[in-house]
Design a protein around this ligand. Structure first.
Ligand code: SF4
Length: 238
């Protein structure tokens, strides 16, 4: 069966993104974004707010750049050993053709397998954390690709971490860098903290793994709402 147009993805290595550093990054078509994402469109989506990211995403979503899923996975498998890979800077996981709110498990696991030679591989998702999607995330993590559940609710994020699902949470711009909520520790992305010169490539220290690539980290990574749509994103925080 021909890959769905929503399965288009684009790989970039090394990235020119100042927040990530010289790692491999990718985006998936806007058509992958599930209806469960509360930030979609003008509701605070980071990718929509960034001028260059949005232009690239528009072209990818129109099919003008990028590759279908099979070709994209081959490109990831051909990345040099030991590099880091951040999947879905824009876009989300590939949806199951039979259910738009379920991650395509088989395809994600093929991608995860293609990342095994990399030092770290991680991503994010706004798909609902129903049992099937949780199971897919757990399986992907065992193969080396850590997909973080993206949330805007501290209680939801804390509950996911207690269940062993890596979670990230958008918080208001004035939230403390480190705090506890319902017994779970929340730690701000170091790249978001003023005065720090951390990028994804240096996150976690010289011998550690970037925070978002740590599958069993036991704490939530927070992203203070920022940029042109900070107010819209912050309005979803609870
Ligand atoms: S916590 Fe680390 S890995 Fe995650 S986005 Fe921030 S700098 Fe990158």
């Amino acid at each position: 069966m021909a890959p769905a147009e929503s399965h288009r993805a684009a790989l970039s290595f090394p990235s020119s993104n100042g927040k990530t550093g010289l790692i491999a990054v990718s985006s998936t078509s806007r058509l992958t974004c599930p209806s469960s994402c509360p930030l979609a469109g003008d509701q605070g989506c980071y990718a929509e707010a960034g001028f260059h990211t949005r232009l690239h995403w528009d072209r990818l979503s129109r099919g003008q750049v990028g590759a279908n899923a099979a070709a994209f996975i081959r490109q990831v498998a051909a990345l040099p050993a030991g590099v880091m890979f951040r999947h879905c800077v824009a876009g989300d996981q590939w949806p199951d053709p039979a259910d738009p709110l379920r991650i395509d498990q088989a395809l994600l696991l093929r991608l995860a397998k293609a990342t095994r030679h990399l030092r770290a591989a991680w991503s994010y998702t706004h798909f609902p954390m129903a049992p099937a999607n949780q199971a897919t995330l757990r399986l992907a993590a065992t193969k080396g690709l850590v997909v973080n559940a993206s949330t805007e609710s501290r209680s939801t994020a804390a509950a996911l971490v207690r269940q062993g699902i890596p979670a990230v949470c958008v918080v208001p711009p004035d939230a403390p860098a480190v705090f506890r909520h319902e017994g779970v520790r929340f730690v701000a992305c170091p790249a978001s903290r003023s005065g720090r010169k951390v990028q994804c490539i240096s996150c976690g220290g010289r011998f550690g793994l970037p925070l978002c690539a740590q599958a069993e980290r036991g704490f939530v990574v927070t992203f203070p709402a920022h940029g042109a749509r900070a107010a819209a994103a912050a309005a979803h925080c609870s």
